[in-house]
Design a protein around this ligand. Structure first.
Ligand SMILES: *[C@@H]1O[C@H](CO)[C@@H](O)[C@H](O)[C@H]1NC(C)=O
Ligand SMILES: *[C@@H]1O[C@H](CO)[C@@H](O)[C@H](O)[C@H]1NC(C)=O
Ligand SMILES: [Zn+2]
Length: 987
């Protein structure tokens, strides 16, 4: 065998050197097909999680062998060597995090050889994100960023041949419409995935509907994208895993007693023929891979070579199966060239259930503090990117620190990171990585602010524990302190700022030296009682700030002799009187509480009054002991309640803080649940800041905690949830778009991911909840909304992680804190528009930086671009340094087609303020000139177009390219509802 291989290797090198002169990659490199046969496209791939049972580095280097022997480094090593041996062999690489790590460690010679493999299409990238992101719990901003990072590496390293043509989301747990829309906006032609509801799969198999044209947006034109699911899973056919991880026999040919070619070929022919009946065309795609396959690619490829040889040899005996090394993009191209039409898909693929007791709806909420931490990471990433742009931070050290934060945030989007479905040790490693990346990037923010303000020696420290009212810099003494606020939003924003302090008298002044009114609000006793929290800081200074981009406030302690400052409002605690009702209100909102129960009873705002009762409830999580359907436990992935919800009905103790501009009702619900219900003057939403944990489990019961809002709104079984923070989807209780669901699990079968927003309405009224991290949610009864906020489970759900989701910290169950915002309104378009604007403020509030100084800092008169003139629904989604002399920016229209119209504005002044010389437009990810975008268009079953016509989508508008010498009118930008446009400015 050795001799034979060397010949192949020599031939491979020879053919490579010929090919390299003119690259044929992507669609150009697809194998020849036989029209009269069933073409079976073999897809060699390895699904490599960037952390799950082992950490990202343990997987890469192969340590922790007692967990498993997986070593991704060796996968890539051996795959590359095997591709070099035979130019027909192909492989798709998906996770760019692993690939770039590997590539950067190789010799120049090997790098050159890899480039040739990419240029001749043997090594093709699919997906192309830094990771294979989750689709339920991610926010679109994070997803777009992580594609930018992965695709950027591919472009810089391999040029246009590095660019994928398809999305490859085989393992994410259900599929969102917004992710499909992002693929379409990046110029991809299709998306392949696996995990769809088992009932949906049965229906699609029977109706030949596994492959669809997905209309990925209700607002965007040209949003159709091909999407395909396999007949069952993404693993290789049973018996055909040749990897060292598997127990199946390799193919033995030649004159040997053990020759098994006939058995193997018969098996594969049968499988291929059987499989082809579930698809519309004479093409089928067979996955020849699985999780972490190709540990030793030599065995895999040697056996696939034999399989192809012997299966195709049967054609002379009349076999209709034609086996070939291919890629998903080539498979898609084959379909595109057929006279074939496809069914329509408009909603999404949530929730995913794998059997009648397994709705994968637990992970919508699993690890709530990690989900929130990732939002903080995104928040700071956007702040640092903007600041770095304004201050021209282009030094290597700044760029590398920013890259680490970008990549770490990319990592966190992984479908076993943000989902909370990783082992505890891996979760801790993610926390470590994100903490290090955030702390590292503080240096960039500090250096930028030292350039942009006159506080040239300011510390500009970030406090990552503000959610529990702790900040090291203010803890001992908040005297001679400067708080610098950075507003990452496009428009000037007015918000309330909270700074944890001791109970003293303070003076706060703004940059112009004007004294600012503040209130000193007590920190809830339950927060003070947190075991690990120092008790020093018991209050928060609360003041109102209006900030365009950057503003500073100076805080000092007033000597006790002068402690009668008029600016301080410090009302004392008051207990509710014996009346039946307790009322708190400001100029916009009135809340009525029932004194007998302590619960919220009525909300009046926006001219609407509604009975809204808010309660907490506990689902007991089912605890089974094996993976049999009926014994399936509630776990990290699955949500399976055991019996009905138990709503907490004990009388809630109330404490009221009734300030001038801030009103708070502190609810003590039980030993481990408390809440602050809060109003701010001028802010048109009610804040519910919950504190849950440690969830007691000494009764051996798993528990999942929800917050519920019950109203009299006749919602008629309908509710709405967002898709990754963008468009809303209509949900109908107990129904799905395309199939009849198995509703053995009535509760979790109606759970959906809520990334930012969930609402119900009737003809008159609309009730909306906005959240601060992804959660599972539903409307299980008319008039009611619920969000799951925390869970602690004592059994594993047998989907692989092999650990119960039993988070602890400081030796006790994990305590989580977060916010849910309620908006009650008329059921009008005005209401949904207001929600969009609220959502932006909740997603990216002011970031607070703290410095010690004895005078107020002011912003230097450096000309920052002025975004405030942009129309209200236009948001600057991204502003970041792209290369040493380039800036990437994205504008988005945040309203949908029901809420707003097309808007136009001119970006000349922004371009000038960014010192632009040239500007060009790219696809959403930022890496392909929009003018070069060309994606495959497929024909619908019913739209009456001629299916024999081969069609493409190109840019739906004329891409903007301009330079500084051109007329201002060239810089006009038009945005349709929900449109995002991406530009690179060269300075
Ligand atoms: C696909 O379905 C949606 C919703 O039913 C419909 O609005 C749209 O026109 C359909 N598209 C085609 C091409 O049939
Ligand atoms: C950043 O660089 C641009 C172009 O060189 C220049 O116009 C601008 O003043 C610089 N800004 C700062 C804060 O240095
Ligand atoms: Zn995975």
């Amino acid at each position: 065998m050795k001799y034979f291989q060397e010949i192949i290797f020599a031939c491979a090198l020879l053919s490579l050197s010929i090919i390299s002169s003119s690259a044929t990659c992507g669609f150009e490199s697809c194998p020849e097909l036989n029209k009269d046969l069933i073409n079976v496209h073999l897809i060699a791939h390895s699904h490599d999680d960037v952390g799950w049972l082992k950490t990202v580095d343990q997987y890469y280097y192969g340590t922790e062998t007692k967990i498993n022997k997986i070593r991704v480094q060796r996968i890539i090593d051996t795959v590359i060597q095997e591709l070099l041996k035979n130019p027909k062999r192909r492989f798709i690489q998906v996770e760019i995090l692993f690939f770039s790590k590997w590539y950067n460690d190789q010799s120049e010679d090997l790098k050159l050889a890899v480039k040739k493999l990419v240029e001749n299409g043997q090594l093709e990238f699919a997906g192309g994100g830094w990771t294979m992101n989750d689709e339920a719990t991610t926010h679109y901003q994070g997803v777009i960023d992580q594609f930018n990072v992965g695709l950027r590496f591919l472009r810089d390293t391999f040029g246009s041949c590095g660019r994928p043509n398809i999305g490859w989301q085989v393992d994410s747990f259900g599929h969102s419409r917004e992710i499909a829309s992002i693929f379409a906006q990046m110029g991809y032609s299709g998306e392949f995935f696996t995990r769809i509801d088992f009932m949906d799969r049965i229906a699609r198999n029977n109706e030949l509907n596994l492959e669809v044209i997905w209309q990925s947006s209700e607002s965007l034109s040209n949003s159709d994208i091909f999407a395909g699911a396999p007949h069952d899973h993404y693993s290789e056919p049973r018996g055909f895993c040749f990897d060292v991880l598997c127990d199946f026999d390799p193919i033995i040919d030649g004159n040997r007693f053990d020759n098994n070619v006939k058995i193997k070929v018969d098996g594969f022919l049968n499988h291929s023929t059987w499989l082809s009946q579930w698809f519309r065309s004479n093409h089928v795609m067979i996955s020849m891979g699985e999780d972490f396959r190709f540990q030793n690619a030599e065995i895999n490829f040697e056996n696939m070579d034999k399989l192809i040889k012997y299966v195709n040899a049967r054609q002379t005996e009349g076999s209709r199966i034609n086996l070939l090394y291919s890629t998903p993009a080539c498979y898609l191209k084959s379909l595109h060239q057929l006279e074939q039409t496809w069914p329509n898909k408009t909603q999404d693929f949530f929730p995913y259930s794998s059997d009648s007791h397994s709705y994968w709806a637990g992970f919508f909420t699993s690890r709530p503090t990690q989900k929130r931490f990732i939002r903080d990471g995104n928040h700071f990433l956007q702040v640092v990117k903007q600041l770095s742009t304004f201050a021209n931070l282009t030094r290597t050290q700044h760029t590398s620190v920013l890259d680490i934060l970008r990549r770490t945030m990319g990592l966190m989007q992984h479908h076993d990171a943000i989902t909370g479905t990783e082992r505890q040790a891996v979760a801790s490693d993610y926390d470590r990585l994100l903490t290090d990346a955030l702390v590292g990037a503080e240096a960039n923010a500090r250096d930028a602010l030292r350039i942009l303000t006159n506080l040239t020696t300011g510390e500009f420290t970030s406090c990552l524990n503000l959610n529990i009212s702790v900040c090291a810099l203010t803890q001992e003494k908040a005297d001679n302190l400067v708080v610098t606020l950075y507003n990452p939003l496009t428009h000037t924003s007015t918000q309330y700022v909270r700074v944890p302090v001791k109970n003293e008298s303070y003076v706060i002044v703004d940059e112009k030296g004007r004294e600012v009114t503040y209130e000193l609000v007590p920190v809830p006793s339950e927060v003070l009682a947190l075991r690990h929290r120092s008790k020093i800081t018991q209050h928060e200074l609360v003041f109102k700030a209006s900030v365009e981009k950057i503003a500073s406030f100076y805080i000092r302690i007033l000597p006790s002799t002068k402690s009668s400052s008029t600016k301080k409002r410090n009302p004392t605690y008051q207990r509710p009187s014996d009346d039946n009702e307790l009322v708190i209100q400001n100029s916009l909102i009135k809340l009525v509480f029932d004194n007998r129960t302590g619960k919220l009873k009525t909300v009046a705002m926006n001219g609407v009054t509604e009975n809204i009762e808010q309660t907490f409830g506990i689902y007991k999580g089912f605890r089974g002991d094996n993976q049999e359907t009926k014994n399936r436990s509630s776990g990290a992935y699955a949500f399976r309640p055991d019996g009905d919800i138990k709503e907490l009905s004990d009388k809630i103790d109330l404490t009221v803080y009734n300030g001038e501009r801030v009103q708070e009702v502190h609810q003590h619900v039980n030993e481990w649940i408390s809440q602050v219900i809060r109003l701010y003057d001028g802010v048109n939403r009610v804040e519910f800041e919950w504190l849950v944990g440690p969830i007691p489990v000494n009764d051996n019961c798993s528990k999942e905690i929800v917050t519920r809002f019950k109203s009299d709104i006749s919602s008629n079984g309908v509710f709405y949830t967002d898709s990754n923070g963008r468009e809303m989807l209509e949900r109908k209780r107990n129904e799905r778009e395309d199939f009849d669901p198995d509703l053995t699990e009535k509760v979790s079968g109606n759970y959906y991911p809520v990334t930012t927003r969930i609402c119900i309405q009737d003809e008159k009224k609309r009730m909306t909840l906005l959240n601060d991290r992804a959660q599972g949610g539903s409307s299980l009864e008319d008039g009611m909304l619920e969000l799951m906020i925390h869970r602690r489970l004592l059994s594993d759900d047998w989907f692989g992680v092999s650990e119960p989701l039993n988070e602890t910290q400081f030796g006790i169950g994990l305590v989580a804190r977060g916010k849910v915002f309620l908006v009650l309104n008329n059921a009008t378009v005005k209401a949904t528009r207001a929600e969009r604007l609220n959502q932006k403020e909740i997603h990216l509030p002011f970031w607070k930086f703290f410095s010690k100084s004895n005078s107020v800092a002011s912003v230097l008169p450096i000309k920052l671009p002025d975004f405030t003139d942009l129309p209200q629904p236009i948001n600057l989604l991204t502003l970041e340094p792209y290369s040493s002399d380039e800036i990437l920016l994205r504008f988005e229209h945040v309203m949908d087609h029901t809420e707003s119209n097309v808007l136009s504005f001119n970006i000349r002044t922004i371009f000038d303020a960014l010192a632009g010389k040239e500007i060009r437009e790219t696809t959403l990810d930022g890496n392909l000139p929009l003018s070069e975008m060309k994606r495959l268009k497929f024909h619908h079953d019913v739209d009456g177009t001629d299916p024999s016509k081969v069609e493409y989508f190109t840019a739906s508008h004329k891409p903007l390219t301009a330079n500084a010498s051109m007329a201002n009118s060239v810089f006009n930008v038009t945005l349709y509802p929900m449109q995002i446009r991406t530009f690179i400015i060269k300075r």
